[in-house]
Design a protein around this ligand. Structure first.
Ligand code: ADP
Ligand code: ASP
Ligand code: MG
Length: 429
């Protein structure tokens, strides 16, 4: 493998950037200024479509009878946007969109006999399929030549539905063989978040996984850069929804970005950064609302990597603190721990923090639908105590005064400090 980078750019547009007709027009305007360049465009589902499709999947699986009406509503929303973008009602995109949604109709006609995670991927993936058909057709309509490609033909995963593991070797082969030639004729546009198995079933890569898709394409193409276009000016030192005074970070090292996203900064999917770091491909986070502004660059630094000027804050809500001690009074040691971790993995509980003492072990985890079942299982061997509705605040590059500022007056249940990072679990006062 040579280290020479081709001048291919990978752009990712997420749900917020294509939530309505005006937003899609804005995306076209941004892309128009890159015409003539080699750009692979990764697009996720419109607005909150994935949440709506999750609700439809649940309704179908639990046979509430509500799935068809919910689906019709979602389809009408998409058609409404199309009617603003394409006044000519005989434009082929209408048929394409109907054909895309009909795949869900077919699923709903049958009894839900397959496993939930499998059904989830077959249904939820339609959000990305629909969005890419719409955006690609619109770009062509606006004389921006764009080739629609099916990401499932390029990104090969195993059949871990809802969290497909990428077969990097095969994926790299398929992308590097298939995509560069197409870029001579215009942009290539494909779906984020999706993969395909060797039997051609659809998988998804985990919620918010489109950023990761952009990194996979960039890695395989040895792209010169990735840009993810967001509704924020770049990576800020905190989520502006919770910290209105958050300020933009100009430059971040891959290492710092990995840490931030690992702790839960949702601006970038955590799996995105490592593949880019491995090929030293810079990642830009820029605003689709102010496309002329610079945003944040995440890249390799030689020498000391810059520490953000401000402490970095990451908030995770709806946390559960689970504390357990063995009923046979045994110490928390390797055997107990391996049993506990096995259970956590089996119930897909995402642990954000752990702490152990002689006879008790505590974890802080995201609340999930199988948590109650997991606690029942754990309770066979452990006395389990739970605290719900907690907040986990992580502060990178903390100082005592910053900790004081954010947690004073709060009821702190657990605190963990390392040299650069402090994590605090608390009840809101
Ligand atoms: P999309 O799905 O459109 O790609 P997301 O909504 O997933 O975009 O990501 C953008 C959002 O990430 C922002 O609106 C912001 O609320 C949130 N966010 C969380 N942490 C940060 C941070 N440190 N900097 C900037 N945005 C952040
Ligand atoms: N549409 C998917 C989701 O909402 C993937 C993504 O947006 O990145 O999770
Ligand atoms: Mg998102």
């Amino acid at each position: 493998m040579t280290s020479k980078k081709l001048d291919i750019k990978v752009f990712k547009f997420g749900g917020a950037s294509i939530k309505d007709a005006a937003s899609i027009r804005n995306v076209a305007a941004i892309l128009a200024s890159y015409q003539g360049q080699q750009v692979v465009i990764v697009v996720s589902a419109l607005g909150k479509t994935t949440n709506a499709l999750e609700t439809i999947t649940e309704a179908y699986f639990h046979k509430t009878g509500k799935a068809p009406a919910l689906l019709e509503q979602l389809k009408q929303q998409h058609l409404g946007i199309l009617s603003e973008l394409f006044p000519e009602k005989d434009h082929p995109v209408y048929t394409e969109l109907n054909n895309t949604f009909v795949e869900i109709d077919w699923i709903l006609e049958d009894e839900p006999v397959e496993k939930y995670d499998y059904l989830y991927d077959q249904i939820v993936s339609i959000g990305e399929m629909a969005a890419t058909k719409m955006v690609s057709a619109y770009l062509n309509y606006r004389q921006i030549p764009t080739l629609w490609q099916d990401a499932r033909d390029y990104i090969r995963t195993d059949n871990t539905y809802r969290e497909g593991t990428v077969d990097w070797q095969l994926t790299e082969q398929k992308i590097s063989k298939g995509i560069p030639g197409l870029l001579h004729n215009g942009f290539v546009l494909t779906q984020g978040f999706l993969g395909g198995t060797s039997e051609n079933y659809t998988t998804t890569l985990g919620r918010e996984g489109s950023d990761y898709t952009a990194a996979i394409f960039a890695y395989a193409l040895q792209a010169s850069q990735v840009t993810i276009w967001k509704d924020v000016p770049g990576v800020l030192n905190a989520d502006p929804r919770y910290f209105p005074g958050a300020t933009k970070i100009e430059k971040l090292s891959y290492h710092e970005a990995i840490e931030m996203t690992y702790y839960g900064a949702t601006v970038i999917h955590p799996k995105t950064i490592k593949p880019l770091q491995n090929r030293k491909i810079p990642l830009y986070v820029r605003s689709f609302l102010h496309p002329k502004e610079e945003g944040t660059v995440i890249e390799e630094f030689t020498g000391d990597s810059p520490v953000p000027a401000m402490p970095v804050l990451v908030l995770k809500l709806k946390q559960v603190l689970i504390s357990m001690s063995a009923k046979d009074f045994s110490f928390i040691a390797e055997d107990n721990l391996s049993y506990i971790f096995g259970i956590l993995a089996a119930y897909r509980v995402k642990m954000n923090l752990m702490q152990n003492a002689a006879i008790s072990f505590s974890i802080c985890a995201d609340q999930n639908e199988s948590m109650q079942e997991m606690i029942t299982e754990l309770s066979k061997s452990f006395t389990v105590k739970i605290n719900e509705n907690l907040t986990l605040l992580t502060i990178r590059h903390y100082t005592e005064s910053v900790i004081e500022k954010y947690v004073s007056g709060k009821n702190i249940l657990l605190e963990q400090k390392s040299r650069h990072t402090v994590q605090l679990v608390y009840h809101e006062a």
